[in-house]
Design a protein around this ligand. Structure first.
Ligand SMILES: Nc1ncnc2c1ncn2[C@@H]1O[C@H](COP(=O)(O)OP(=O)(O)O)[C@@H](O)[C@H]1O
Ligand SMILES: [Mg+2]
Length: 210
């Protein structure tokens, strides 16, 4: 595969969207071909599944249906957008990918890790990110940032204990994949986080090209 898949992960309000926009501009300045995309979503069909998943009125969605909808959206996204972009040599910057499913549906909803892994593999055709940046911060702080005074989407509305399990799930993943997953202290300022990300991406891209 000629391109590079960079995924951005973490709980609500960590600063993923803010930093993806900055990283996109930075990589373009360096002369790379880059696309930004997101999960769930990234293609018209997958964005329709996203609407179902995030609609706060869908609070009777059962966990297994939720998992399968995320995987359906992912399969469409990988097949229609991500794989063709990687084949053409593009850097794909993706806001969430399958680590989110391990953290939210596995750790958060208590679905068996082996089942989550099987479905992740099916949906991605075995594709793995080259570089993953994990934004870590206490969920109280992230939710405050993400929701402001609003009620929040279906996931943001979950109990704090759910968001704590998601955080622990992510930190366990980072322990298990130290070469791929780079954990960032998301409590730092926006500029400090941008610099940390540039340092990580610069050295990872150099290693990849070597
Ligand atoms: N490092 C930071 N410190 C303080 N506020 C931040 C920081 N990064 C982002 N924010 C703010 O927090 C809110 C959520 O950021 P966002 O990038 O949308 O997070 P995410 O995409 O991870 O949910 C936004 O209002 C954003 O301006
Ligand atoms: Mg975001």
């Amino acid at each position: 595969m000629k391109g590079t898949l960079i995924t951005i992960e973490g709980g609500e309000g960590g600063g993923k969207s803010t930093q993806i926009a900055r990283l996109h501009d930075y990589l373009i300045e360096q002369g790379h071909a880059v696309i930004v995309t997101r999960e769930p979503g990234g293609t018209p069909i997958a964005e329709r599944i996203r609407d179902l998943l995030l609609d706060p009125d869908n609070d009777d969605l059962v966990s297994m249906a939720e998992l399968l909808l995320y995987e359906a959206a992912r399969a469409q996204h990988v097949g229609e957008l991500i794989l063709p972009a990687l084949h053409s040599g593009t850097i794909v910057l993706c806001d969430r990918f399958y680590d989110s499913t391990v953290a939210y549906q596995g750790a958060g909803r208590h679905i068996a890790p082996a089942d989550v892994e099987t479905l992740n593999n099916l949906a991605t055709c075995g594709l793995e990110p080259d570089i993953t940046i994990l934004f870590d911060l206490p969920p109280e702080e992230g939710l405050k940032r993400a929701k402001g005074d609003t009620a929040g989407d279906r996931i943001e509305k979950e109990a704090i204990e759910f968001h704590e399990r998601v955080r622990e799930g992510y930190l366990k993943l980072a322990d298990e994949h130290p070469d791929r997953i780079h954990t960032i202290d998301a409590l730092k300022s926006i500029d400090e986080v941008s610099q940390d990300i540039r340092d990580i991406i610069d050295s990872a891209l150099v290693t990849q090209e070597a």
